[in-house]
Structure formats: structure tokens, C-alpha cells
Design a protein around this ligand. Structure first.
Ligand SMILES: Nc1ncnc2c1ncn2[C@@H]1O[C@H](COP(=O)(O)OP(=O)(O)OP(=O)(O)O)[C@@H](O)[C@H]1O
Length: 326
């Protein structure tokens, strides 16, 4: 839909001697009202038939003519092809004309789309809600058993989809092709400096732990014959000592002061030390240095942080957030 400055509603709202170009605010408001009306016709009154999904983008042509490019999908299968060329939309709007500025100032939406998201009425098996009239309870209960709820219909759709995939041979049998994905699974551990073979064993053990947590057994599908090892069993103490010493030799005086205070506290049975400093002043570097030194001494170090991002900085360690360590 393209805006027409000669529209009656625009012309009537102009003050004597004004042209539409003088009143982008009126032009934008009228265009917006008409767009809303058109949306009602298309998507509520369905004047062109049932609509499966829709999306529109507002465009402003070179001399400021507003235009809504609306895609309507009448076929549910077409919905998944809805894409927007963001690069082109960006380039096309480099020139900001008066109606476009007003459109933004009024906070009108630049694009909108229908959301093909449905809320499922979750219920336990055979415990769906049934609406009944007094005296017709039995019929209603029977009807309720026959009729799908959004949840049971969703289960049925999943089953149909699964059956289709199965009939085309796209669902693998109960075999997990771990060797094919082992490199990907082991990547995290390689990143944490474990040699490839240990990283693979750790990945395999990690899968076992995760499966156990879900009440499943990895062995049911396969056994790769790795021995059970946990990250703590494969700490390279020599590497930690060397790396700790190397980092310590590079510390500036204030950093060394912190490291010394912590190591003294460890020797004398413990303590609580608070470290502060401006952003980028080398706090994390000190923690990493300490982690290496202490691990090299076969001591257990548990880094904890308020947020996941900070926790992930301790890449030598299993990441933990504060709440998971308490
Ligand atoms: N003594 C040092 N020798 C070499 N590089 C260092 C040293 N101290 C810090 N750096 C480097 O300086 C940068 C900033 O240090 P770091 O990330 O430890 O600061 P930070 O205080 O933890 O920062 P933020 O508060 O933003 O988290 C890092 O790249 C770190 O490797």
C-alpha cells in the first residue's frame, strides 16, 4: 500500500496554503490509520481469504512517499520461507525523509508480523479441562475424551512428523554415532589444554554424567571403553606450576602483593582477602596466576563468580557460578 498525498483525509486536515509536503505529521498519521484499517480487512475480516501468516515492512521512497510492503501467506507451508533482507532494508533507508523521521518520532512500528506461536493448554494425561452444562456432565466428559486439546493435538502432530521421518529412513536406529562427533564433544576440553586423548575420555565421561542426570545410561547405546576420569584426575600439575611461575614473574608490584598475601594466608591456615582495582588493571590475571600456583601445589581451587561470563574466564577450571558452589 502506497501513501497518496491527495487522499481526502490528508487534504481536509491541511491548513490554508499548506501542501502535504509541509505536513509529514498528517501524512504519516493518515497513512498509519489506513494501514491499521487495511490490516483489519486482510487479517481479521479475511477479505482475500484465510491468512496463515503475515509480515510487513514500512518503506520510504526517495521523495518521501510512505509505502507498506505486506507479505501474506495463505499456505502454512510458505511460512517458514519468511525472511527479510536486512542488508537491503538498511541500505534502502539511508536517506531519512520527513515522513520517515515523523514515523520514528511517533514511535510507529517499522515492521510487524504475525506470530505463529500457540499457547498449549498443559495438563496431565486424561486430566484436560471439560466445559459442561448442568445435567450434561456425562456427555461433556465423553466429548472431552474424544476431542483433542491443544496439547494432545501437538503430541499427535509430533507423532505424525516422527512417523513420516521414520518411513523415509531419516531417524537413525538406537545407535549413537559418537566417534563421528567426538571431536566436537571434546572441543571444550581441548580448549582447556587437555591433550586430545584425555579430552576425548573426558567428553565421553561428561556424556555419561549428563545421561545419568536424565536417568539414562550411555552404555545402553554404546561403550567406547574409556576409563572413568573426571577433570580433577587429569590436572597437569607440572604445567600449572610452570605456568604459575611464569605468570608470577610478570606481575607488577601490586599484583605480587596480592599473590603473596594469598599464599601466606594459605600457608597459615586460611583467610579472607578482598581485591579491588579499576577495570583492566589485572585482577583476573592475578586470579589465573594464583589458580595455577595453587593447583600446581595439588590444592583444590574453586573459582566462583556472580555471573557466568566472569566464571568462564577461568578457562582452566570447571566453570561455576556462585550459587552452584554454595
Ligand atoms: N602482569 C601482567 N603481565 C602481562 N599482562 C597482564 C598483566 N596483568 C594484566 N595483564 C593483561 O592485561 C589485560 C587486563 O587484565 P585483566 O583482564 O586481568 O584485568 P581485570 O582487572 O580483571 O579487568 P576487568 O576489571 O575489566 O575484568 C589482560 O589482557 C591481561 O592478560
Amino acid at each position: 500500500m502506497t501513501c497518496n498525498p491527495r487522499w481526502k483525509e490528508i487534504q481536509e486536515a491541511l491548513l490554508p496554503g499548506q501542501e502535504p509536503v509541509d505536513r509529514p505529521d498528517i501524512v504519516s498519521r493518515v497513512f498509519k490509520l489506513k494501514l491499521e484499517e487495511l490490516k483489519k480487512d486482510l487479517f481479521v475480516k479475511n477479505i482475500f481469504g484465510e491468512v496463515a501468516a503475515w509480515i510487513y515492512v514500512i518503506e520510504f521512497q526517495k521523495r518521501g512517499t510512505s509505502r507498506a510492503a505486506i507479505h501474506i501467506y495463505t499456505d502454512k507451508n510458505g511460512v517458514e520461507h519468511m525472511t527479510e533482507n536486512e542488508v537491503n532494508s538498511y541500505l534502502d533507508t539511508r536517506y531519512v525523509c520527513a515522513p520517515e523521521s515523523i514515523w520514528h518520532i511517533f514511535d510507529f512500528r517499522m515492521s510487524d508480523r504475525s506470530t505463529p506461536v500457540m499457547q498449549l493448554k498443559v495438563h496431565l494425561k486424561n486430566a484436560q479441562g471439560v466445559v459442561y452444562k448442568e445435567g450434561e456432565e456425562k456427555d461433556a466428559a465423553q466429548r472431552g475424551q474424544l476431542r483433542d486439546t491443544t496439547l494432545t493435538a501437538w503430541f499427535a502432530a509430533n507423532q505424525r512428523c516422527y512417523d513420516e521421518l521414520e518411513s523415509t529412513g531419516m531417524i537413525p536406529e538406537d545407535v549413537v554415532d559418537l566417534p563421528r562427533f567426538l571431536d566436537d564433544f571434546a572441543e571444550d576440553f581441548v580448549y582447556k589444554h587437555f591433550p586430545k586423548e584425555k579430552a576425548e575420555a573426558l567428553a565421553y565421561n561428561d556424556l555419561i554424567v549428563r545421561m545419568n542426570a536424565m536417568g539414562e545410561k550411555l552404555e545402553k547405546w554404546m561403550s567406547l571403553g574409556y576409563e572413568r576420569i573426571m577433570p580433577d584426575d587429569v590436572i597437569d600439575f607440572d604445567y600449572c606450576t610452570k605456568e604459575g611461575d611464569r605468570m608470577r614473574s610478570t606481575l607488577v608490584a601490586e599484583q605480587e602483593e596480592v599473590v603473596k598475601a594469598v599464599l601466606d594466608a594459605v600457608k597459615s591456615g586460611g583467610g579472607l582477602i578482598y581485591v579491588d582495582g579499576p577495570g583492566g588493571s589485572g585482577k583476573t590475571y592475578v586470579y589465573l596466576c594464583l589458580i595455577n600456583i595453587l593447583q600446581g601445589m595439588h590444592l583444590k581451587v574453586i573459582p566462583i563468580a556472580w555471573i557466568g561470563i566472569a566464571a568462564s574466564l577461568y578457562c582452566l577450571m570447571e566453570e561455576r557460578w556462585l550459587h552452584s558452589s554454595i
